[in-house]
Design a protein around this ligand. Sequence first.
Ligand code: GLA
Ligand code: ZN
Length: 692
Amino acid sequence: MSAHLPAGRKVRYGGDYNPEQWPREVWEADHAAFDLASIDTVTLNVFSWATLQPDEDTYDFALLDAIVERAVAAGRDVVLATSTGALPPWLAHRHPEVERTDFQGRRHVYGQRHNACPSSPVYRRLSAELAGRLAERYAGTPGLVAWHVGNEYGGFDGGCWCDLCAAGFREWLRARYGTLERLNDAWNAAFWSHTFSDWEQVVPPNMLSEHWRGPDHTAFQGITLDYRRFMSDAMLANYRDEKERIRAHDATTPVTTNFMGMFRPIDYHRWAEDLDFASWDNYPPGQREHARMALAHDVMRGLKGGAPFWVMEQTPTITASRDVNPVKRPGVLRLWSWQAVAHGADAVLYFQMRQSKGACEKYHGAVLDHAGRTDTRAFREVAELGAELDALGDAVLGARTPARVALLFDWDSWWAAEMTDGFNRHARYVDTVLAYYRALWQAGAQVDVVPVTADLSRYDVVLAPMLHVLKGDVADRLEGVVARGGSVLASYWSGRADVDANAFLMDAPGPLGRLFGLRVEETDSAEPGVTNPVTLKDGAGDDAVAAASLVFEVLVPQGAEVVGTYGAEFYAGTPAVTRHRPGGHDGGEDGGEAWYVATALDDGGVAWVVRRVLGRHGLVGPYADTDDVELAVREGADGARTAFVLNHRSDAVDVAAHASGTDLLTGRAVVAGETLHLEPTDVVVLREDPPR
Ligand code: GLA
Ligand code: ZN
């Protein structure tokens, strides 16, 4: 999938800037401060609909003109948003149907943001009209580098369940299934007497219909799965409405919207094609989430086939929306920003450039606080990072991640696995994916996180954690990886359901059974905290015992060899981890391997397995044994490699440099094998010498 990124000469630096909230004198001070921090790019106009269009027939661009003019005069590049992420009061007042009906079935009245009904013809008409007028007016503005449509699609409740959406859903279903017979079949409607005899009988699945307890408890997974797909597509249609109108006036400037990493309500893979480049907002849920952030960056990079993406937002200091909002410790902003660049970000932007004056984000962190000070720790760290990015210049711009490992990420599997009754509600999709990703990350493997439709032929190793839903020919393509000598690893709950979330009428793991050489006979579950010791044996004497929890599949090998066995329960002594060499044990070095992990191993157990899989392909990195030291690599089109060594530890660490080169942040020459000393949160950006 091709990407079209804004051109540039360096990693862009700046962020959301909302000067409509304060007097013009302050604008002068803002821009003077931005110069001190090497700010080159500002995102304008994210939430100004009410000002831009004071009523249905009037548009007024005077304030935005002034804001854009001032930014351009200051030499700033501009990302122009379309302002359709929050409704103006008059619109909801005049057309109440633009407000969402929530999952409980309650029609909302005016308030908040990110809550327009995606199926509302009035919303669709007026949002597209506004985007078109903005494009007409600002296309060709010097320094306009990108269009930012809407904001964080998904928003309140992740969707709408109103009558307009019900009608849209029926239309979507007709297009997908054509006949009621096929619909009834996909939904297994014979269960609980659900056979539909007219499209009009279909209603959205929410708390008034198929659900109880909440979004994850549905009587019909097929209905809810289709509704999520429909809702994701309905919001995509909103984005498309606007992009189309932008394109009518501006044929070339790249268009994007800001995603939210691993955000469950929207299948970003369904959207990826429509974005010219991917961008996302990085607000990790805790302070020690380096592996999770790395995974989210890789998910975002995977949207456009590995092309660079932008970090559209991160906070320089604190968030405001959490119950507890700790500040980023000294050095953490720098570390996380370099981590983003290391994983493929060609822009590192903030929310926000100056603190809001009032409302719920008035204490959210910003480059400039309410007083506009430039002598704060936050501003200093922002300015220092700005200077470093200046110094880096174009060294990694456009560069890609040389990954030999792919990890399959699949929204359908996420949705279906977490809304399925039975087994264990505590086993979660992202937790499972993250457990495997964390082991890859710690091992220093470069990973592409890709949709199940991706071309797998260029990878040595493919991981499929909790690949619950098997779609298309993915089973065949995984077999292909092993047939040419690669390694595949899957976990429990893979291959359980088809594209409609119906079970396969065969042994689990369905069409994957042949590849892994086994069948699942029973699936046991336990409360969190209950563990079963799994003994792992590699035949080379490096054995280990891992604690397994939550889900325990009882396997019957059909060709697979046993690597790990359960130590407790009635299935003690039976396989928990297996390896299948479909080419046979005598297949020599060329035969590939298919690993199956039937339970949730602890981190040590997952690492034990993952290291063996990577080791076979020489993919264990040089810093793998130093906890929380990350290695990420970008490779330019000319083959130039830049390695980022990131110390996420709270103590200093010495490691042996893996390559000779130049530290781009200090200009220092580094010789392979010499000691690299990394202070806590420290970063080395090593431009490796070309191989001789
Ligand atoms: C999101 C939004 C911003 C702002 C920040 C605060 O990312 O896009 O408008 O609300 O969160 O963290
Ligand atoms: Zn609706």
